[in-house]
Design a protein around this ligand. Sequence first.
Ligand code: FES
Length: 368
Amino acid sequence: MNASFPPPLAILLELTHRCPLSCPYCSNPLQLISQRAELDTADWLRVIDEAATLGVLQAHFSGGEPTLRKDLPELLFRSRQRGLYNNLITSGVALDLERLAVLRDAGLDHVQLSIQDSVATESNRVAGYRNSHARKLACASWVCALGMPLTINVVIHRHNIERVTDMIALAVSLGATRVEVAHTQYYGWGLLNRAALLPTRGQVDTATAAVEEARTRLRGVLTIDYVTPDYYARRPKACMGGWARRFVNITPEGRALPCHAAETIRSLQFDSVRERSLADIWYHSEAFKRYRGSDWMPAPCRSCDYREIDWGGCRCQALALGGSADTLDPVCERSLDHSRLRELARSEAHAAGPAFIYRHGKREGFDS
Ligand code: FES
C-alpha cells in the first residue's frame, strides 16, 4: 500500500450498460458494452473484496440499469459483509416490491431513483419508455415502505428546467429525504444530444433561484444537492473530486477508470481488474497518476489559488471542447477557449433544438 495517498472513498460499479430506458442525456459512452463482455459474478465479488481491502467505504451499484443483473443480491450481500455502504442507482422500472425486499435483505442501504420530469408524458418521452413514470412512482413508494432512505435524482435540460420546483415537490411527496438536481453533464450520449438539451442562460438563472428558494423553504425536510451547469460557469468543477482522488469507476467489462468518461482520452491506457488488482491500479497505474494532484498542470493552473480546489476541472471536457486533455478546462474563464464555449452555449441554447437521438440510437418520434 501507499501510505502517502488515501484510498478512494467510493467505488462505482457499472454492472451493465443494458438499460430499458433510452435517455438522450445519458453519460454512458456511445459504444455500449455488450452483455457477453460483462464481468461475471466471481469477478465482481473479487472487485468488491479488493475495494474493501483497499479501504473503500461506499459502493454505488450503477449501470445502465444494475437491477438487470440477476446476481445483484449476491453482490450486495458480499459488499455488506465487507462493511461497505451500498447505494443502488436505478431507473426503478425493472423492480417490484418483492425484488426490492430481496435487495434490502441482501444488504442494500440506500436507493437513488431517477425521475425524468414531474409531468408523466414528458417523463416518458425523455426516457423513451412508455409508462416508465408510473413505474418510478410505484418504486419510490416501495423503497419508503421497506424503510430505506430515498434520493430522487433529476437531470435538468431545456425540456424540464421550467418545472424544477414541481420536481422538487414531487420528490417530497414521494418521501425522499434528498434530491439531486443535476444539470446535464455533456458526456457520451449527452454530448451527442447537447444541441437538443442545452437550456438558455436565463432558464438556468431562474432554475438556480428556484433551487435556492426551495432549499430555504424545505430546510429540515429535504436536502437539495445542486449540480451546476458547466457551460455557463466561470470556474470549473472539481470533476469527481479531482482526477483519481476520491472515486474509482469499474466499467461492465472491468476497466478501472478515474471517471465515467475517461476512455474518451485515447492517449491513456486503462487497466482491467481482470489483470491487475484494484490497489495496484489505484496507486500505480499510469492513467490514474497522469492527472492526479497538481504537478501535471499547465500554466496558469499551476500557480492558481484554486488549483487544489478544482484540481484543474474536467480532463474529459478539456479534451472534448479544447482538443487536449492536457490543457485548461474551457469552463475556466482563464482558458483561451472559454469565450468560444460561451458563444457555443448561447447559440445552441437559443436555436430550435434538433430531435433527440435516444441512447440506443433511435431517433425521436416516440409516442408516450
Ligand atoms: Fe472525466 Fe470529468 S468526466 S475528468
